[in-house]
Design a protein around this ligand. Structure first.
Ligand code: C2E
Ligand code: MG
Ligand code: MG
Length: 646
């Protein structure tokens, strides 16, 4: 008997550690985490009564009442345990909403538990489940099998459920969930053959330990800075909701000035700010008593999901959140005002697709003026626009095969030579259904899908074909600037691809200039640097595009082999801000001192043009001269200017 106590004590200790670590790891968010916590608590209480019962049996001869109570509690919690575990599995699959509608399931499932509980209560009077023999030892009675049948019913149901829903679980989850049943069945079998060997709880504990380490991984699902569920959990939950045809609401909370606040208060301060916002959301969640799932997706974006049966309270909760976030937040004694957009999205009515939902969640603040009111996704949602995002991959593929891409050229004016000395090649995509799709939309999609490499090659071929054509030498254009995206820069074969195409059209390397962005240079990736140096050695020059938009790093600018820096148009148009003008003038001076040339982009007026000419900026590009135009129009445009200059 003492040996058995060792098994139980071990189980008790492991359960204690599991429960303790689960609580200290703050795994309360999300239904499945809460139910797992309940499973652990129930298992802990079961091992407690199990050990207590054995201690009473071994060390106390009399006091049968205490023994009856302790054994009954053990049996009750033990029966409960498998039912809670079953609930946990159902939560992991997230099909409660479907089961709730299944009357047979609702009536039949509680029956074994009710029968077990009743038998345990009645046993106080009829001693048919178990009794204390004359020596005061615990002895199983005639009807003890009732408890086995009840447990067995749930176990079989659980196994069938996991099997039927195996597509919803990853293999590791599937194995861990099944392992509990396998271990408990094995232990029960051993216990049936050797009734004195009470190792069932020990086996259960080992199974729960498996789940704790394999299934319940808080690091994967919890955001450390806020303690809320993270973007991975959000993606899993939302995708599962869509595939399970669930009806649910999402309250989207985007703090649109998060980045600017972070610039003011620093990264540690930003973490404090996020914590404060998470705290507000948590207390609203508590006040509603609905235990809703809260997520932090990064970049100041919070989400709250509300299941179908609680949806009538969505507006009320969104209003509560909205007014809580309109009050300023104190971080490190700085009083911060948030610009927080709160929007209710009803799924699947407003959005029924994960990708579209994510795009919408990222962008709904872009075109929406801040009003301070709760927004409704149905008012903001432009179906075609998000449909477009969803179909971009096939639109791009279609454009590649059916030659729907077209290269436009925007002339660049040399202030010194007073002529158009170069041009930037800019890609255009016209789709039959969606019309012109801006490069800002299709380039990121092509980068994600990998199509950018084929698109990049197409642009380069088009440009080289143009340069090699008879028309080009007549235009007196020194070189054409071609944009390279970040992923292109990271490609192993970029240098050889570019050089092969130049070779194919017999185009001299000094006829092209490649534009790379600040984002690409910020990666400072070895492949990117290798590409850059190889191409530079081959005689191709580089421009740094969009300078002044990101975190302009002068060290990078100084160390990379760049010929030209292109000032972004958002940086250029600041004539009314005196301090920014000082920054601009000094930036121009600094770049010139480093012996690099400057292209001022986005010049739309004569006034701005003159300002840059005064600053000795070598090149000007912008609508003032011309928008990007098709090749033939470009030829006409330049020819006309050449003629006028004569
Ligand atoms: P970018 O390289 O900075 O190109 C300049 C953008 O500013 C172009 O937008 C051009 O039409 C626009 N722009 C030029 N002057 C003015 C002006 O005076 N006012 C205003 N409001 N805009 C002006 P576009 O053509 O829509 O291209 C957007 C971005 O898409 C480009 O920015 C570039 O990063 C990317 N892109 C375009 N074509 C390609 C390509 O072939 N390959 C790659 N990788 N990216 C491309
Ligand atoms: Mg560019
Ligand atoms: Mg640019």
């Amino acid at each position: 008997m003492e040996k058995l106590l060792a098994f139980d004590c071990a189980a008790f200790l492991v359960m204690f550690v599991l429960l303790f670590t689960t609580i200290t790891r703050r795994m309360f968010h999300g239904k499945e985490n809460r139910i797992f916590l309940a499973t652990l608590a129930c298992a802990f209480i079961t091992t407690l009564f199990d050990s207590l019962s054995i201690i009473l049996d071994v060390y106390v001869d009399t006091n049968n009442i205490a023994k009856y109570i302790s054994h009954s509690c053990y049996l009750f919690f033990h029966s409960m345990l498998i039912m809670i575990y079953l609930s946990y599995i159902i939560s992991l699959a997230d099909v409660w909403h479907k089961l709730k509608k299944n009357i047979v399931h609702n009536i039949l499932l509680p029956i074994p538990m009710l029968v077990a509980t009743l038998s345990i209560i009645i046993n106080f009077f009829n001693h048919k489940l178990f009794y204390m023999n004359e020596q005061g030892h615990y002895t199983r009675g005639k009807y003890f099998a009732i408890l086995y049948i009840a447990g067995f019913t749930y176990a079989i149901y659980g196994i069938c459920f996991i099997w039927a829903n195996r597509k919803l679980f990853r293999l590791s989850r599937f194995c861990a969930l099944m392992s509990v049943f396998v271990l408990v069945f094995a232990a029960t079998f051993i216990q049936m053959v050797m009734p004195d060997l009470v190792i069932e709880m020990f086996a259960t504990t080992i199974g729960l330990l498996f789940i704790s380490t394999i299934v319940q991984k808080p690091e994967e699902n919890i955001d450390i800075s806020t303690g809320l569920l993270n973007s991975i959990a959000y993606s899993i939950d939302v995708k599962r909701n869509f595939s399970n045809e669930k009806v649910f609401d999402i309250i989207m909370i985007n703090i649109s000035n998060f980045h600017s606040l972070r610039d003011i208060i620093g990264f540690d301060g930003a973490r404090e700010l996020l914590k404060a916002v998470a705290g507000k959301l948590n207390s609203i969640n508590k006040a509603t008593k609905l235990n809703l799932d809260l997520y932090y997706l990064g970049k100041g974006k919070f989400r709250m999901t509300i299941d179908e049966d609680k949806r009538e309270r969505s507006s009320e909760i969104a209003e509560m959140i909205n007014s809580a976030l309109q009050k300023s937040v104190d971080v490190n004694h700085i009083n911060l005002s948030l610009i927080s957009y709160v929007c209710i999205t009803r799924c699947p009515y407003d959005v029924d697709d994960y990708e579209i939902l994510m795009h919408f969640g990222d962008r709904f603040t872009d075109d929406t003026e801040y009003s301070g009111n709760v927004l409704l996704a149905r008012d903001l949602f432009k179906r075609e626009r998000y449909d477009l995002f969803n179909k971009l991959d096939s639109i791009i593929e279609n454009a590649i095969t059916n030659h729907k891409f077209q290269v436009y050229y925007q002339p660049i004016y040399s202030t010194k030579e007073k002529r158009f000395n170069s041009a930037e090649a800019l890609l255009r995509l016209k789709d039959d259904t969606y019309g012109f799709i801006p490069p800002d939309v299709f380039i990121p999609a092509a980068e994600k899908s990998g199509a950018i490499h084929r698109i990049g090659a197409y642009v380069l071929e088009e440009v080289c074909e143009f340069i090699a054509s008879e028309d080009f030498p007549k235009l007196d254009i020194d070189y054409i600037e071609i944009n390279l995206s970040v992923t292109q820069c990271m490609h192993q074969d970029l240098a050889s691809q570019v050089l092969d195409i130049l070779e194919k059209y017999k185009v001299s390397p000094d006829k092209i200039n490649l534009e790379i962005t600040e984002t690409a240079t910020s990666h400072m990736h070895s492949v990117m640097l290798k590409n850059l140096h190889e191409l530079t050695e081959a005689g191709i020059t580089f421009s740094l595009d969009d300078f002044g938009t990101g975190y302009s790093n002068m060290q990078r600018v100084a160390t990379l082999p760049l010929k030209i820096v292109k000032l972004d148009r958002t940086f250029v148009n600041h004539e009314d801000n005196e301090k920014l003008s000082i920054v601009l003038e000094n930036t121009v001076k600094m770049i010139k001192d480093m012996e690099m040339e400057i292209v001022a982009e986005g010049i739309e007026t004569e006034q701005v043009l003159e300002r840059f000419a005064d600053m000795q900026c070598e090149y000007i590009q912008g609508y003032y001269f011309s928008k990007p135009i098709p090749k033939n129009d470009f030829i006409v445009f330049i020819t006309k200017h050449l003629r006028e200059a004569k």
